[in-house]
Ligand binder design. Structure first.
Ligand code: HEM
Length: 310
């Protein structure tokens, strides 16, 4: 499989980036973790700072309160719109900007010269991707009522009458995690990853056989991740047919944060509200087309009505 070959045998050689002109013209490319080649010492420093302070188990544990409070604020926003039509993307995006900036400003070890560039990197890489994924997952659940019922049943069983979801509760929700993976499989937030570039000439990736790894690939079937065993297909790019975060040395730097925030946000949305589509919109007719820029958003933002669970 070509992805396997690219990310194992050729990983080091393909770990530079093709830099978009717009990025270069802003002078951003020479300082950014997203665009610098992985051989550059600044890239190593920036990835090292974020990996050690933000995305390490200790860093993430320290910021759990920030994530929970931002997601609760989001629930508060929807609660204030009980019964109204809301734009899910708009609200989730606002939450993500606030979450990312609070998370990064609360880490005082990031030295001043690095903070601006790291913030810009994580705003760009983290806000759209998480927003698009949560929006797609909600849209798929609207379109697939029996999967929606299963995820709700799992939450009722695991969380009982808890007032709200806590981030560690996610571990008790394997079906919800499978829903997230299935949404990412069908709608990866960055389907082409970011543009990889060969560090030097002469890298060949052979074999054009494109095998379809998935049964009924077009369908939303979270069970496919359960049946294979949860450990078997994780988000870390070891299973090359499923690499929503990329793989190898340029794998998403924010993966440890995204794998907490996406399921936590989705579980919170489902726990706090019954959701229905606006009057006159049926699940079967929901427009599921996607508009591809760098992040893979729905063409039509998802509008829905939160109804507070009493
Ligand atoms: C659902 C959520 C997310 C998805 C699907 C996603 C996906 C990706 C992908 C596919 C790449 C490129 C990998 C490659 O080129 O091989 C990437 C890179 C990156 N992501 Fe994410 N990402 C997500 C969330 C986040 C978050 C929350 C942050 C930070 C807070 C983040 C920070 C980064 C950074 C800094 C890079 C550049 C790494 C480098 O070039 O060395 N991402 N992400």
């Amino acid at each position: 499989m070509r992805a396997r070959e690219a990310f194992t045998k050729h990983d080091r050689h393909l770990a530079a980036r093709t830099v978009l002109d717009v990025t270069r013209s802003l002078g951003f490319a020479d300082r950014s973790m997203i665009w610098l080649p992985s051989s550059d010492t600044v890239w190593k420093t920036l990835r090292g700072i974020t990996a050690a302070n933000i995305f390490s188990p200790r860093g993430l544990a320290a910021l759990r309160g920030v994530r929970e409070s931002k997601v609760r604020d989001l629930m508060g926003y929807f609660r204030g719109r009980d019964g109204d039509v809301v734009d899910i993307r708009h609200a989730v995006y606002g939450c993500m900007l606030s979450l990312v900036s609070s998370a990064f400003f609360s880490v005082d070890v990031i030295v001043r010269e690095n903070v601006t560039i790291i913030l810009l990197d994580v705003f760009i890489a983290g806000s759209d991707t998480i927003t698009a994924t949560v929006e797609w997952a909600m849209a798929e659940l609207f379109r697939n009522p029996s999967e929606m019922a299963k995820v709700r049943a799992e939450m009722d069983g695991a969380l009982g009458g808890n007032k709200s979801v806590d981030e560690p509760d996610i571990a008790k929700l394997p079906y919800l995690q499978a829903v997230v993976k299935e949404a990412m499989r069908l709608h990866p937030a960055a389907p082409l990853l970011l543009p990889h570039k060969a560090v030097e000439d002469g890298v060949e990736i052979g074999g054009f056989a494109v095998s379809n790894a998935w049964e009924r690939p077009e369908e939303f079937m979270p069970e496919r991740f359960i049946r294979r065993g949860d450990d078997e297909v994780d988000l870390w790019g070891k299973t090359f047919e499923f690499i929503p975060f990329g793989s190898g040395r340029r794998v998403c730097a924010g993966l440890p944060m995204a794998e907490r925030v996406v399921p936590f946000m989705l579980a919170s949305l489902l726990h706090a509200f019954e959701w229905r589509l606006p009057d006159g919109v049926s699940a079967e007719e929901l427009d599921m087309s996607q508009k591809f820029t760098i992040a893979n958003f729905r063409t039509v933002p998802l509008k829905a009505v939160p109804v507070v669970v009493s």
